[in-house]
Design a protein around this ligand. Sequence first.
Ligand code: NAD
Ligand code: DAU
Length: 348
Amino acid sequence: MKNILITGGAGFIGSHVVRLFVNNYPNYNIINLDVLTYAGNLENLKGIEDKPNYTFVKADICDYNLIEEIFSKYDIDGVIHLAAESHVDRSIKDPFAFAQTNIMGTLSLLQAAKNKWKDDFKDKLFYHVSTDEVYGSLGEEGFFTETTSYDPHSPYSASKASSDHFVRAFHDTYGLPVLISNCSNNYGAYQFPEKLIPLFINNICNNKPLPVYGKGENVRDWLFVNDHARAIDVIFHKGKLGDTYNIGGFNEWKNIDLIRVLIKTVDKLLGRKEGESEKLIKYVTDRAGHDFRYAIDSTKLKDELGWEPSLQFEEGIEKTVKWYLENKDWVDNVTTGGYQKYYNEMYK
Ligand code: NAD
Ligand code: DAU
């Protein structure tokens, strides 16, 4: 039996990773540690809360003493670290929260792991989940590889870059067994409706304006969240210690083209006239420091560990839109209270 600590398991990607590990590895005890910010929601874990190999612990990764206690209490052997502040627009408004959670929180986990495992690092693993945004922004050509230099531009990506550096520093200085992956934009069920895809699905359904930043020409590389969770599984079990793996689906979309696919899909599923919701598109002031293009080269992950995305984008988008339409209660629950205040301030 292994005891695996997954942080941020009540969030979007974390909940998919927790579900996959709890269901596929009955010989692991999965300890889901999450402080439940606005982005963390235990409803994301429906169906697995009662499984015998699952435990939820409400805790803040920045609370070092508590984290140390949790490592001892659950005799942790492995960590998959996803907990973070994750939304770029929020980082522009409140960079301190991002430095605190993403840098200090990661440091607190690294230090607790090192102190718990210091006598014997054998069969121990600290896996840090990161983002392609640490590499900065591409022009029209080229891809991010594992050796691309870091060049973060937003407070979010600067904080994630810093956390990546701390993880490597613990490997190089103390010999902590670590792995890092840097993934492109995820989409799918349970994503908080502040991010482009769920926000726009929700607004199309409610006939609200679709705030397109700048000219809508920025490019993102989209991956279905379940494919990211599968990649994390493969890297956790087969990755080479100390290495970094890029994760992405070679699936680039200009924002405005993606938005048109969303409009088409939602209109079709709601029985509206084709393109009826195009009138909701509203070009607004660009995001400050808006990275132009992200594109991941995930050849290493495919060649060394055999991972490939399982879904075509149109199929993934249709599944995602259907999920949001069929789970209106979830959307309603997470868009009350604090969400309305955030939305009104962000899009006034
Ligand atoms: P999310 O915002 O949906 O979830 C983050 C989770 O972390 C929430 O459950 C929240 O409650 C928890 N959390 C935040 N602060 C915490 C703290 N101090 N202590 C304990 N828990 C805390 O994020 P996400 O989109 O699921 O991203 C998960 C990870 O994957 C992040 O590290 C992010 O940088 C990375 N990532 C995200 C994407 C993407 O497209 N969403 C792509 C690549 C990498
Ligand atoms: O690349 C990985 C990253 O992808 C993750 O590390 C982040 O956690 C995740 O939030 C995501 O960052 P982005 O900034 O790329 O995602 P977001 O959904 O916020 O925006 C996608 C694109 O859409 C981006 O070019 C900005 C644009 N956008 C976004 C919103 C919310 C709009 O035009 N209008 C909007 O209202």
